[in-house]
Structures are given as C-alpha cells and as structure tokens.
Design a protein around this ligand. Structure first.
Ligand code: HEC
Ligand code: HEC
Length: 315
C-alpha cells in the first residue's frame, strides 16, 4: 500500500472511540454519582388533610406551641430574644426568623417539621429520642384539640404572613434557608448577618469575634463547619446542588446537613443567588455572546457584498 496514513488515522480514531465509550461513562458514574431529582415533591411526607385557620394558627404559634420562644417573627413585631451567637450557644445554631417560612418551605414539610423536626430534616441518625438525643427544636405535641387541625392552622398562619412568591428575592431565599449555617463571603454574608462596613476597626473586630463564636457553636453542633458557599456554583454542578438541597442524604449519606424542605421555586432562587455570588460576570458574558453573533452576521453581509464586487470586476 502506498499511502498508509488513512489507515493509521482510522485505527487511532477507532481505538480512541472504543476507549472513550467504555471508560468515560464508567469514570463519570464513579466520580459523580447521579441522583435523580424528586421534583421537590417530598413524597415521603403525608399530605395536609385539614383546612387551616390563620387566626387560630397565630394564637398557637405565639402561645401553646411556643415557636416564638425560640424564633423571631419580625413582621409580627416579635424580635429575637438573643443575639445570634448567644442563640447558637444555646441551640447549636440560630433558629431562623419565621416571617417568610410560609413561602420558603414546602407546606407538607412545615407540618411534619412542627410535629417531628428530626424526621422532616432527615437527621434521625443524629437525633434519636429513644437514646435521649433530642433535636434542639422541640416537637409540638398538640394543644389539646385535634392535632392535625392545629398543625394545619399554624402552617396557614405562616403562609398568611409571608411575602408572595414573586417578592421573595434570591438573597432572601438564601438567607432564610441556608444563611444560619453557611457564610457567603463574596456577598459579605456571615451566619450572624451581613457584615456592615464599620468606621472603627474595633467594631469590625468585635463583629468578627461574634462570627467566630457562632462558628464554634455550629461546629460543635454539626461536627464540622458548613463551608462558605461563595464558589460552590463553580466547583459543583447545578444539578448536584439542586439534588443536595432536596435531600442531602442522597448525595452525602450520613451528612449532618439537614434536608431544608424548601419549595422548588425557593431552591431555584438559592441557586440563582449562588450564581450571582460566584459567577458575577455571567450576565455580561451572555450579553457579549449576543453582540459577537450580531457582529458576525453584519461582517458576513459585508464580506459577501465585497466578494461580489471583486468577482464582478474579474468577469
Ligand atoms: C426550643 C426552641 C424551638 C422551638 C420551640 C421551635 N423551634 Fe423551630 N427551630 C429551632 C432550631 C434550633 C432550628 C434550627 C435547627 C437546625 O438548623 O438544625 C429550628 C428550625 C426551624 C425552621 C427551619 C427549618 C428548615 O428546614 O430550615 C422552621 C421553619 C421552624 N423551626 C419553625 C418552627 C415552628 C413553626 C415552631 C412552633 C411550632 C418552632 N419552630 C418551634 C428551635 C425551635
Ligand atoms: C443546619 C445547617 C445547614 C443548613 C441550614 C444548610 N446546610 Fe449546607 N451544609 C451543612 C453542613 C454541616 C455541611 C457539610 C456536610 C458534609 O460535609 O457532610 C454542608 C454542606 C453543603 C455543601 C457542600 C457539599 C459538598 O459536596 O461538599 C453545599 C453545596 C451546601 N451545604 C449547600 C447548602 C444550601 C444551598 C443550603 C440552603 C438551601 C444549605 N446548604 C443549608 C449544614 C447546613
């Protein structure tokens, strides 16, 4: 054979494809466990069967169920009874403000959380009541009436005070659902709130010390410090983060991170916020892509006209 090159290239291409076909999916499967999304349906939790009454729910939340003993509800004029770092020293983590819980969390999840926090949060491997390991959020055991009705009333009340879905910004979604555990230094977010720009160095240091105290408590509670999420949108795929939020146990079996129980919309907003923080140039990048396409089209038209002109002169 005179020219062996086509044969050689065919052999190389063939073996490359075979190797790719056999190895890549396997490596991919081993390195990135694929987890199917459950659509944030929380199918393991029972549906709410009663129609809730917001006024009764309000009385329970502020009264018999003692939610406000641990949680602030700013929209209802209930402020936190302790500084976040003090609350974390008491409970391991600062119980979140409940003003927008009704829109942030799935309703079935909220109902189950009120009755059995460790179950809803999927941390029963850490908090087994039979072994005396109580979850820091005390379950609601009923206020003497129909318990299912009482729980439905409280969920309806929380929904009635929350902002609408459209008013819930990505920042609010993140701070509500993740912010008590995770810092986001690119957005100046710490677990005790956004760090203000202080005039005096001393005030700035005092703030940092409170953050460190908070982090010590949460480390003791969770077994490790939840990571700063500024760059996670780059180091993990969007589908990984989404399925992790939906059920952390599916991605990291035995992890201390709870199932936070957010709705699909809230999870979408949290991811939006993570993109805004970790990938700040993405809107610009998309705009540049569009401009480049417009430039190419215009350039192509000129090139075509020019070519026509050149050839007209030659004929
Ligand atoms: C004894 C204190 C205490 C009481 C009482 C309490 N909670 Fe909590 N709650 C907590 C703590 C602590 C957390 C955070 C737990 C964690 O992140 O591991 C929490 C978390 C929550 C969350 C966030 C859950 C999530 O998925 O992120 C909601 C919503 C909530 N509580 C609602 C309620 C409601 C409603 C009541 C009343 C029925 C109530 N809590 C009563 C301490 C309490
Ligand atoms: C009650 C505390 C708590 C809350 C609330 C919480 N996390 Fe976490 N998170 C943790 C802990 C603890 C870890 C470390 C888990 C581990 O390594 O087992 C973690 C780890 C992570 C990781 C890293 C996973 C990896 O592959 O290493 C991501 C991403 C994450 N959380 C995202 C979120 C998002 C998004 C939210 C809000 C929707 C959230 N978390 C809410 C405690 C929390």
């Amino acid at each position: 054979m005179k020219n062996k090159e086509p044969l050689i290239i065919a052999v190389v291409v063939f073996f490359s494809l075979v190797t790719y076909y056999l190895v890549e999916p396997y490596a991919h499967h081993v390195m990135h466990k694929h987890v199917e999304s459950e659509g944030f349906a929380y199918a393991d939790l029972p549906a709410i069967t009663k129609t809730g009454n917001a006024a009764n729910g309000k009385e329970l939340v502020h009264g018999a169920a003692a939610c406000t003993g641990c949680h602030s509800i700013e929209v209802d004029g209930i402020s936190a009874s302790m500084e976040p770092q003090m609350a974390a020293a008491a409970y391991g983590v600062n119980p979140p403000d409940l003003s927008n819980a009704g829109v942030v969390y799935n309703d079935k999840f909220l109902a189950d959380l009120i009755k059995n926090p460790a179950h809803a949060l999927k941390v029963e491997h850490k908090f087994d009541a039979n072994k005396g390991q109580m979850h820091p959020m005390v379950p609601f055991y009923g206020a003497g009436g129909d318990m299912e009705q009482e729980v439905a009333d409280m969920v309806t009340y929380l929904q009635s005070i929350a902002v609408s879905k459209d008013e819930l910004t990505p920042k609010m979604a993140f701070e509500n659902a993740c912010g008590r555990c995770h810092a986001m230094s690119y957005e100046k977010w710490t677990q005790i709130g956004t760090k203000p720009s202080f005039k005096h160095k001393k005030d700035s240091l005092e703030f940092d010390i409170n953050v460190l105290d908070y982090e010590d408590s949460i480390k003791a509670y969770m077994g490790k410090l939840p990571p700063d999420l500024s760059m996670y949108i780059r180091s993990r795929s969007e589908s990984y983060i989404s399925t992790l939020i939906e059920n952390p146990q599916n991605q990291l079996a035995g992890t201390a991170m709870p199932r936070v129980g957010v709705t699909a919309e809230t999870a979408g907003k949290v991811i939006e916020y993570m993109k805004d923080a970790g990938d700040t140039k993405r809107h610009e990048r998309e705009a540049v892509g569009q401009n480049v396409m417009i430039y190419i089209v215009i350039f192509a038209i000129f090139a075509f006209l020019w070519k026509k002109q050149v050839w007209r002169d030659l004929h």
